[in-house]
Every structure is written in C-alpha cells, then in structure tokens.
Design a protein around this ligand. Structure first.
Ligand code: AMP
Length: 424
C-alpha cells in the first residue's frame, strides 16, 4: 500500500493543525464581533452549483474541479471554493428574505486540481465570510476591514502586506468593456500567448492575469475598466475608497485586478504577502457578487465576501517569525512510584482534569526518572508523585519541574493547591 498522501494534499500534523485551530479561533472571535454567524455546508455539491456560479470559462470550472458521478448517476463536485455553496444554502433555506440581510462565515477544506507548488495545493483550507443582502459601499469597506484585522491579529505585520482594490463594473458597464478587451486581444494576437488569444472569446479579462512576460507587456497598455465604469459603479467605488480612508486602511488601486471567478461585480480586492511565495502570494481576496443569487434562481440579493487561504497565510506568518501560541500538552504530570498505586494515580489525574487542569499520567509503568522526562517533554510545570508511603496518610508530593522543589499536599486539597501553584 502507498502510505504517501495523494499529490497536492498534506497531513496536518499537530503543529500545523494547532495553527489552523488558532486561525479559526481568532476568526470566530473576530467575525462574531462584526455579527457573523457560522455555517457548514457539504464538502460536495451538485456540479451545476459551481459551473453556474464560477463560470464555465474559468480555470476552476474548465480544468480544476474534482467532478465524478456518484453511484446514483448524479454529477457531483468537491467544492473548489465556499461562496457558491453558501449562496446555494442561503437560497435553499431562505436565509435572506427580501429586504433583510445575513452575515455568514465558514471554514474548511477546498479542492482544486491544480499543479502543486509552494502555497498551491489540491486540497487547501480556507476561512471565508459572506455578507448577503447589503448593496451599500460601507459593507465593502467593512468586509475588507475584517480581513485586514484578521491578518494583523494573528500577527502578520501590516507592512508585510499589500491590499489591492479594483472595481469590475456591473452588468451595464462590464459587457461592453469585455468586448473591447476581446477586440484588443485579437488586434494583438501576434504578441500574446495561445491561451490568451483563445480566451478572447470566452473570458478575455483573464488575459490580465497571464504570467507570460510578453502578455503582461501587451496587457499593460490595454484599456482599463476603471476608465469605463458607469456612473453608478464609479460612485460605489469612490464611496468604498472613502470608507477605507475613514478607517485608515491603506490600499493600492490595481486596475488590472480581475480575479478568476465570473461572478464578481463592482468591488474586488486581494491581499498579497511578501513571504517568499513567488507568484502564489495572494493570501486572501474576495469581492462583490450582486447578481449571483439571482443567477442561481433566487431572489435578487446583493452580496460580497472574502476567502483567505490557510497554507499561504501560515507561510506569511512563518516569514514574519510569528510563533503560534500553543498550550503545554499537560500542565501537570501524575507520576507513580510503583504499580501498587496505579489506581490512585489514575483517580488523581481524573480529579485534576475535572478541575480543568490539563493532566497526563503514566500508563506504562515507567521508571520514575523516565516519568520525569516525559513530564518535561509534555511541558508540565508540576509533577504529582504518588507513592505508597504518602498514600497511607492521604498525601502526595508535588514537584515543581523548574525549581525541583517538592511539597507534600493532602490529596483532597490537590486540585485547589495545584491551581494556586499554576497561578490559575
Ligand atoms: P480564491 O477562492 O481563488 O479567491 O482564493 C482565495 C484564497 O485561497 C487565495 O488568496 C489563496 O490564499 C487560497 N488559495 C486558492 N487556491 C489555493 C490553492 N490551490 N492552494 C492553496 N491556497 C489556495
């Protein structure tokens, strides 16, 4: 049997899993402060959910989805991102009745059949949120503010990040602009890569994302949507920027930021981190999708959100030298002098755990010396030594693992005593 995890996936071993939990905990606390509630949707959906929302001509739908037929003959896809599922669930459960709003967040694994490299996986983890039912530009600024606050809270210094913003227009001003870019691509077909030329018909704006230096040069002089926004989009974009200014959030306008999903309208944004990530330097991003719910057959409901990638955020944290706070596996280790006291040692550990103290004990009849070693390995501050002699008078010895000083304590008083010594 092959014991290696499939290409593009990784086991989350304790240090990384702890970092994931730390990030989700930080997100839960922060998002709650902004009124967001958790939602868990299935890891797979009917394929249509993603094709209809993300768009047939996108990289995700055209070549990156894990799609298969289930035993009942349905076309099923492992979710490549979270928004489509959340919007599907919001419609199914009527979470945003007309005139109301909903604030939702999610976290979990996503699946894309991409070429794996540093910071790019086939199963990767995202945390994201969606604000549904609110067309106002202040919501765009608030969503961006939550994202930036999240990164700062977990410890990425602000100066290590760039916040890019742009407006992608709406159903009025984007289609004519798309045609214009398609013409521009055709006019410059000789200097562009095959893929960009092919995209002229299906998804011309993606040419702005092409990494090919020749394409970049050609696209650097292409007409910009910023210059062709309709007055409503122009006003919305201007207001978003004013709100960001009011919050003191620094951003750079990037008129070529188009992001790869079809459903975005108006505001889009991306956060890049300087983390030796090369081209995979986007640690999070998102945007507004005012027509998505309607396209799904739901009521016309505006929305926007972001998703941040765990793996790349972790690389950015490592680059900034941030240590993930971790708790000792055991605060207290319960050691036993010999196996005659095994049952009492077991009870003592249980009473400490009931009192809320992380405790570990020896199950393996190790020597006292190796029990102390194990206590140190687990990070225990104290060891409770249970011996037959002390037990006869209802006591045990508490050893401070740093100073090595020992005190005899009545077993009944142990939890309270230990808690005091731990300064809890
Ligand atoms: P997207 O859904 O493409 O807007 O991605 C949002 C965030 O998810 C990105 O900024 C990345 O941090 C992360 N991400 C996207 N694709 C991958 C991937 N294949 N591997 C790791 N992280 C990813």
């Amino acid at each position: 049997m092959n014991v290696r995890a499939p290409k593009g996936t990784a086991d989350m071993l304790p240090p990384v899993a702890r970092a994931w939990e730390y990030m989700t905990r930080t997100a839960q606390e922060l998002f709650a402060r902004y009124g967001y509630e958790p939602v868990y949707t299935p890891l797979f959906e009917h394929t249509d959910v993603f094709v209809r929302s993300i768009g047939e001509a996108t990289d995700i739908v055209s070549k990156e989805m894990y799609t298969f037929e289930d035993r009942g003959g349905r076309s099923i896809t492992l979710r490549p991102e979270g928004t489509a599922s959340v919007v599907r669930a919001a419609i199914e459960h009527n979470m945003v009745p007309t005139g109301s709003s909903a604030k939702i967040y999610y976290s979990g694994p996503m699946f894309r059949y991409e070429r794996p490299q540093k910071g790019r996986m086939r199963q990767f983890w995202q945390i994201g949120l969606e604000a549904l039912g609110m067309p106002e530009p202040s919501v765009d600024a608030e969503v961006i503010a939550v994202l930036m606050e999240f990164y700062e809270r977990i410890g990425i210094p602000r100066e290590n990040m760039r916040l890019l913003v742009n407006s992608m227009g709406d159903a009025f001003c984007r289609p004519p602009y798309r045609d214009k870019i398609a013409d521009y691509i055709r006019d410059h077909a000789d200097s562009l890569c095959e893929e960009c030329v092919r995209r002229a018909a299906s998804n011309p704006l993606r040419a702005f994302d092409c990494k090919n230096p020749g394409c970049r040069e050609v696209m650097s002089t292409a007409p910009l949507l910023r210059d062709e926004l309709c007055p409503e989009c122009e006003e919305h974009y201007g207001a978003v920027k004013s709100y960001l200014d009011a919050l003191g959030i620094a951003y750079e306008e990037d008129p070529s930021l188009v992001r790869g999903l079809d459903y975005y309208t108006r505001t889009v944004f991306e956060v890049q981190a300087d983390a030796g990530l090369g081209s995979q330097n986007a640690i999070g991003g998102g945007g507004r999708y005012d027509r998505l719910m309607e396209e799904f057959g739901g009521p016309a409901t505006p929305g926007l959100g972001f998703a941040l990638g765990f793996e790349r955020t972790l690389l950015a944290l490592e680059a900034a030298g941030v240590e993930i706070p971790s708790h000792p596996i055991a605060e207290v280790y319960v050691a036993r002098v010999d196996s005659s006291v095994a049952l009492r040692a077991f009870e003592i550990a249980a009473s400490l755990r009931s009192a809320g103290i992380a405790s570990e004990l020896d199950h393996q009849a190790r020597s006292l010396k190796s029990q102390f070693k194990q206590a140190d390995r687990l990070g225990a501050r104290l060891t409770v030594i249970v011996g037959p002699e002390e037990l006869t008078v209802g006591e045990a010895t508490v050893r401070d693992m740093l100073t090595k000083s020992e005190t005899r304590v009545a077993i009944d008083a142990l939890p309270a005593h230990v808690m005091e010594m731990l300064g809890a």
